[in-house]
Ligand binder design. Structure first.
Ligand SMILES: [Zn+2]
Length: 391
């Protein structure tokens, strides 16, 4: 018998009593606490797609005094593998070279599975335990799959990661070592169909989107990204003026926006830093130029963690709330910047190095000003990449 089968199952934690209900981030429709995996039912009935979010009442303490932010999360008692409290590293030479006041990187690669996804996985898995789910599923090209597999392994939940044959073997190996099962589908859309089918049968509990038009990932999981903002608030005085976020469908971007909104509501800050979405080809950029967010925006890129042809409403809302914008970057420039960051001590995943390329463009266009205090979200480290794909 495998060792994991002899371990006792952990008892699920209780949901945070400060969550009073859920609300649509687009139309404001309010609904009871639930998973809302397909987003707002009212928006969907009108042909739109928008995430629901948990609404808290009475988040009163100052996070500068807290050792962690558990009381501000949906499941204060969630699985812990050491996620969060990641360092912020200053890059003064690059700040001078790019012509901004300060430049720092939030090192999310310091999370246990090497990416920011651990913050989402911990909360989504806590939710799965609470509702008695048997099997957690995610459609993933890498980081999310490895992370969710790790947290399911930690609590003894079954896990399926639906991916394509293109998934890099380093991620495949980690996912299988964590005890998860890999299933392959021919395309991103085919992955979503499979997840949808098994979710509707009640067999799988999903952490990632399966809808078209797309919505954000599991709202309990996405809510866990608010901790990045809380930590930035505690670590940076003064706060950054501009934060550049490598973005696909905008889970992290939205979590950051919500975290800063909570800090503002609690009287901790006057306003949010500007959040800028960095993308591998124009998607959000095209919506900001007038396209419908429900359109398809196909594109190819070696920045696998930022792939996909869809735009989620949550990304647009995050930019709107914070006053930021979207910046597409050229892959050849990103490869140069990945090497430049490494020469400055930080070996980051290509998808993550895109943030520096985005800054270069933003500084040139004066989207980011010369007196800006800039932070890049270093979503993941580069050690998982395989050279033959990247060169
Ligand atoms: Zn709605």
């Amino acid at each position: 018998m495998p060792l994991t089968d002899r371990l006792p199952s952990p008892s699920p934690g209780s949901i945070n009593a400060k969550i009073t209900h859920f609300a649509c981030i687009r139309c404001g429709w309010e609904a009871p606490v639930d998973d809302h995996l397909e987003g707002c039912a009212r928006c969907r009935s009108e042909g739109h797609a928008a995430s629901m979010r948990p609404v808290y009442s009475g988040l009163s303490f100052n996070p500068k005094d807290a050792t962690d932010f558990s009381d501000w999360l949906a499941y204060p008692d969630h699985p812990r593998l050491g996620q969060g409290n990641t360092p912020v590293v200053e890059l003064p030479r690059l700040a001078a070279a790019l012509g901004v006041s300060t430049l720092s990187v939030k090192i999310e690669g310091a999370n246990p599975t090497g990416s920011h996804k651990d913050r989402m996985s911990a909360l989504a898995v806590a939710r799965a335990l609470d509702i008695g789910a048997q099997t957690v599923v995610a459609a993933s090209s890498g980081n999310a799959g490895a992370s969710i597999a790790a947290y399911c392994g930690a609590v003894g939940l079954k896990c399926v990661i639906v991916t394509t044959s293109k998934m890099n073997p380093n991620w495949r190996r980690a996912i299988e070592f964590h005890g998860a099962r890999l299933e392959y589908a021919p395309s991103v859309q085919a992955r979503w169909h499979l997840v949808e089918e098994r979710t509707r049968k009640g067999e799988w509990y999903p952490v990632t989107n399966f809808c078209m038009p797309a919505v954000g990932s599991n709202p309990f999981g996405v809510d866990g990204y608010r901790t990045v903002s809380f930590e930035i608030y505690r670590q940076c005085n003064p706060l950054p003026t501009d934060i550049l976020v490598p973005t696909s469908r905008g889970d992290l971007l939205w979590g950051l926006a919500r975290g800063f909104a909570d800090l503002e509501a609690a009287g901790c800050i006057d306003h949010s830093p500007k959040l800028h979405a960095i993308e591998p080809f124009p998607r959000i950029t095209r919506v900001l130029e007038g396209s419908d967010y429900r359109d398809s925006f196909p594109g190819e890129s070696a920045m696998t963690s930022l792939g996909g042809s869809t735009v989620c409403f949550q990304a647009l809302k995050a930019l709107d709330l914070s006053g930021g914008t979207a910046l597409p970057v050229e892959q050849s420039d990103v490869k140069d910047d990945q090497r430049l960051l490494a020469r400055n001590g930080l070996y980051l995943e290509l998808s993550c190095a895109a943030a520096l390329t985005g800054l270069r463009k933003a500084a040139r266009n004066e989207v980011v000003k010369a007196d800006a205090r800039v932070m890049l979200i270093g979503t993941s480290h580069g050690y998982k990449e395989i050279p033959e794909v990247m060169q």
